[in-house]
Design a protein around this ligand. Structure first.
Ligand code: PXP
Length: 243
């Protein structure tokens, strides 16, 4: 199995900045530090309400980030236009609700087939690799492949919130089946949401796992130990757990 890539999500640095309307802390600097510490990818979510990452952050990061830049966004005309102009390396399409604290569920590829088909078509035409953030459900994975996505990012939120070993193992089993199905359909497999320094280990051991996108846990640790150490420690755990 190849090395699992770590995408570091720097949205929370922007959240801290927006809380006071200051110019600091700058998520652009955080992205550079994360890179120096071993991040394989930088992930940002430009939300429609601009609650954390701003258009300026994307513009500057497009010029400064050396590793692949992964833009999470909703499948809207506005976001698609921004992505096609800025051409991040990857776009991860996510559902977005204004009232949610963070992305709550996966995309409904089956229900939104037509919208996603045209969005994916436009993004791919601009040379952007497209990933779909979905639950590990057989019909969603099958539709992701049919729609021409290159990657699926499986939602790990339910696994991360599972209470007790039995429930956790059931969620892991769903993820395991999702990984096998996605790989069998020629999709690259990523995962994310709610992963921390403990629960990430079992996810690293899932078959065909190629990429993890992690934000909150890394930034929460960074507040106490510094960003470089927080990224390096996550990188080390991923290394150990995927051997
Ligand atoms: N992947 C996707 C698609 C997300 O929407 C998020 C949350 O922004 C993450 C990964 C990272 O989640 P967390 O901050 O819980 O690590």
């Amino acid at each position: 199995m190849g090395r699992i890539h770590l995408g570091v999500n720097v949205d929370h640095v922007a959240t801290l900045r927006q809380a006071r309307g200051t110019r600091y802390p700058d998520p652009v600097l955080a992205a550079s530090l994360a890179e120096l510490a071993g991040a394989d990818q930088i992930t940002i979510h430009l939300r429609e309400d601009r609650r954390h990452i701003q258009d300026r952050d994307l513009l500057v990061m497009r010029k400064t980030v050396q590793v692949p830049l992964n833009l999470e966004m909703a499948a809207t005309a506005e976001m698609t236009a921004i992505a096609c102009e800025q051409t991040p390396d990857t776009v991860t399409l996510v559902p977005e609700k204004r009232q949610e604290r963070t992305t709550e569920g996966g995309l409904d590829c089956v229900g939104q087939q037509a919208l996603l088909a045209s969005t994916i078509g436009a993004l791919k035409q601009a040379g952007i690799v497209v990933s779909l953030f979905i639950g590990a459900e057989p019909d969603q994975i099958a539709m992701a492949a049919q729609l021409g996505a290159q990657t699926v990012e499986l939602h790990t939120g339910e696994y991360c919130q599972a209470q007790g070993a039995l429930h956790q193992e059931r969620e892991l089993e769903r993820l395991r089946a999702g990984c096998e199905q996605a790989h069998g359909l020629g999709l690259r497999v990523a995962a994310g949401h709610g992963l921390d320094y403990h629960n990430v280990r079992a996810v690293c051991a899932l078959p065909h796992m190629a990429e993890l996108n992690i934000g909150h846990a890394i930034m929460a640790r960074a507040v106490l130990v510094g960003l470089e150490r927080a990224v390096r420690e996550m990188r080390d755990i991923i290394e150990q757990s995927s051997q």
